[in-house]
Design a protein around this ligand. Structure first.
Ligand code: C5P
Length: 236
């Protein structure tokens, strides 16, 4: 399976996003459009970046009743993104409905991979037990959600890089693991919790790492991106 670094474009204007990407002229990195940018600029931002030749992970984390998710996925399919997602907590019925909607919306075009968020990488075990009332350990919970996604016919999950290996063991090596919660050994943790470095993410089994602030807030974002790729892909 392809391995790559996905830059989280967590900006709130098209202007700032395009100015950031200007730095990367010769690279065309794989990018992620999440809620902040999508809510600010809408589907036009997705179309603009697709037109410019970027691969896009559309990270909108759908979570609603199956009928709503099915119809929303059918609409999102029209944007021609390269990966899209939802929350596994919406149940296998919701995930199956999402897959049907995506297939319907793609008609004769190839369907992009659909992946499920398990537990956010900002969540640690304590609030999961005390607030979400999930009594199991984090690895058990993530692996169980991944198995649900697998049996619903999804292509992979979003999880912490620390859990990528156990997800692969439970669901097979072809089951995609996309992992935020990436930090260089010398960068700030911010609000993330279940984190590791790009090199360790590769060793454990991530297929794609999602990296935001360590690249977007770096004094030299291109150098930070290149460092991330080197460490993740094991290039000397
Ligand atoms: O800046 P940072 O590297 O922490 O950004 C991580 C990105 O990945 C953010 O855009 C966040 O929304 C996203 N994400 C995450 N944890 C998940 C799913 C998505 O951090 N489980």
């Amino acid at each position: 399976m392809a391995k790559d670094v996905i830059i989280a474009l967590d900006f709130n204007t098209a202007k700032e996003t395009l100015a950031f990407l200007e730095n990367f002229q010769s690279f065309h990195p794989f990018v992620k459009i999440g809620m902040e940018l999508f809510y600010a600029e809408g589907p036009e931002m997705v179309r603009e970046l697709k037109q410019r030749g970027y691969h896009i992970f559309l990270d909108l984390k759908l979570h609603d009743i199956p009928n709503t998710v099915r119809k929303s996925m059918r609409v999102l399919a029209g944007l021609g993104v390269d990966i899209c997602n939802l929350h596994a907590a919406g149940t296998t019925a919701m995930m199956r409905a999402a897959m049907e909607g995506l297939q319907e919306g793609c008609q004769n075009r190839p369907r992009p991979p659909l992946v499920a968020g398990t537990q956010l990488t900002s969540t640690c075990e304590d609030p999961m037990h005390s607030e979400l009332l999930i009594p199991n350990t984090m690895p058990e919970t993530v692996t169980h959600y991944a198995s649900n996604a697998h049996s619903a016919g999804l292509d992979g999950v979003v999880c912490s890089p620390l859990e990528a290996g156990m997800v692969k063991s439970a669901c097979g090596t072809d089951f995609m693991t996309i992992t935020p919660g990436i930090r260089f050994a010398d960068s700030a943790t911010d609000d993330q919790s279940r984190i590791t470095t790009p090199a360790r993410a590769r060793e454990i089994g991530s297929d794609y790492i999602v990296v935001g602030r360590p690249i977007t807030q770096a004094p030299d974002p291109v150098a930070a991106y290149q460092r991330c790729r080197r460490e993740f892909l094991g290039i000397e």
